[in-house]
Design a binder for this molecule. Structure first.
Ligand code: NAI
Ligand code: AKG
Length: 387
């Protein structure tokens, strides 16, 4: 029986995909697989028996990717599975920032006992008047699963759309409306747009990407939307920008003491992916990827190891090896297997940055001693007998 542990509540529809050979455990040290959403795993000890972590979502900044790689723990995410949920809330955020609906609703609540509320509302409403999005210019930083969807909807709303993504994938480019202007310099977005929305992962290279300098380049009265991660934006500079009238509204999906309750800030409690559909899509994808890896050693949508798929093993056994991406590793594995008279039926090796993954199907079974010989090869992190 294989055991998995959930660090956050995971949609039952997803968990139902586990076969009867799986059981949920409350004891993390027993788990071969972990399912997680936003819980931080940075300070936790990774159990020795842990083989994989599946993030039911996109952002993986809550997971120590390198530490996992060094221990041969595969980390998956579920690209695109919650993109529509986020897209819809970004559009809602744009509208809430343009029209003062929130203050208007609060006014109605505060005046609920007023018998003349209908008449008084007609007098009060001019305070809450706003602007329309049609005809305005939207800049999108990051044209991945979410950015592309936001771009295409914004075109349907009659907005002019500029997109910036130096690493845009072919797949994303195919999905993007051809009316979106792809800019090569992010400053064009800062300098020309009425609305700016950011959809990039939080990494060392993107932290504080929306800096005071970037804000200083923006048009007066810009509306800034952040449904990606708070640390991408210098939020102290945002507050200064609001005070100075540079920024009209800052919409963020990430409450923190800097922006919560501050004038000009519309802060949502991280609800971008909190829809039934997104939660279910992510859970189903995460569970399938986890199960495929635990049962067959196949990797799909990993963020710290290369994707590698040899299907179901029809040979006598399958061994997978996590190792450094350095010269001569395959020769060393073949030598160990050859000395031990093991014939290779099939083999695949893939690399990603500094790490690599080798899958080997063999015509006879592998003993513990052979596994130990593979483990002692310099540069090997982990050896796992899948079958
Ligand atoms: N608020 C919420 O609930 C959610 C937030 N997110 C956040 O949104 C982020 C984006 O999500 P997806 O679109 O699904 O990811 P994605 O991986 O499909 O797209 C990210 C895009 O950012 C681009 N990129 C990377 N560095 C860049 C840079 N320096 N400048 C411009 N573009 C750059 C990449 O090329 C890629 O196309 C996630 O990493 C996560 O942090 C994702 C889902 C839900
Ligand atoms: O699971 C969640 O609600 C968070 C979603 C998110 O932020 C992500 O997928 O990056």
């Amino acid at each position: 029986m294989r055991k998995y542990y959930c660090m956050n509540p995971i949609a039952q529809v997803g968990l139902d995909n586990f076969s009867k050979n799986y059981i949920k455990t409350d004891e993390i040290t027993e788990a071969e697989g972990i399912l997680v959403r936003s819980a931080s795993m940075h300070d936790m000890e990774l159990p020795d028996g842990l083989l994989a972590v599946a993030r039911a979502g996109a952002g993986v900044n809550n997971i120590p990717l390198e530490k996992c790689a060094e221990k041969g723990i595969v980390v998956f995410n579920t690209p695109g599975a919650n993109a529509n949920g986020v897209k819809e809330l970004v559009i809602a955020g744009m509208l809430l920032a343009s029209r003062d609906v929130v203050s208007g609703i609060n006014w109605v609540k505060e005046n609920q006992e007023d018998e003349n509320i209908a008449k008084d509302a007609e007098k009060a409403k001019k305070k809450f008047a706003g602007t329309e999005v049609m005809g305005k210019r939207l800049g999108i930083i990051g044209l991945g699963a979410i950015g592309v969807k936001v771009a295409n909807v914004a075109r349907h709303l009659g907005m002019e759309v500029l997109g910036y993504d130096p690493y845009v994938s072919v797949d994303a480019a195919w999905k993007l409306s051809r009316d979106v202007r792809h800019v090569l310099d992010v400053n064009e977005i800062y300098e020309q747009c009425d609305y700016i929305t950011i959809h990039v992962p939080l990494m060392d290279s993107t932290k504080n990407m929306i800096s005071a300098e970037a804000i200083s380049r923006m048009k007066d009265g810009v509306i800034l939307l952040n449904f990606a991660r708070d640390l991408l934006v210098d939020e102290e500079a945002v507050l200064d920008g609001i005070t100075a009238g540079k920024i009209r509204r800052y919409v963020s999906d990430f409450p923190n003491p800097v922006t919560a309750g501050k004038p000009g800030c519309i802060v949502i409690p991280h609800l971008g992916a909190s829809t039934e559909e997104s939660e279910e899509n992510c859970a189903v994808m995460a569970v399938r990827q986890l199960q495929e890896y635990l049962e067959n050693g196949n990797i799909l949508h990993s963020v710290n190891f290369p994707d590698c798929d040899m299907g179901v093993c029809t040979a006598e056994s399958r061994v997978v090896i996590f190792h450094k991406n350095i010269a001569n590793m395959i020769a060393k594995f073949s030598s160990v297997l050859g000395w031990n008279n093991l014939n290779i039926a099939n083999m695949m090796n893939k690399s990603k940055g500094d790490v690599a993954y080798t899958m080997v199907d063999l015509e006879s079974s592998v003993s513990g001693s052979i596994v130990n010989q593979l483990k002692t090869i310099d540069g090997v992190f982990r050896v796992r007998v899948v079958k």
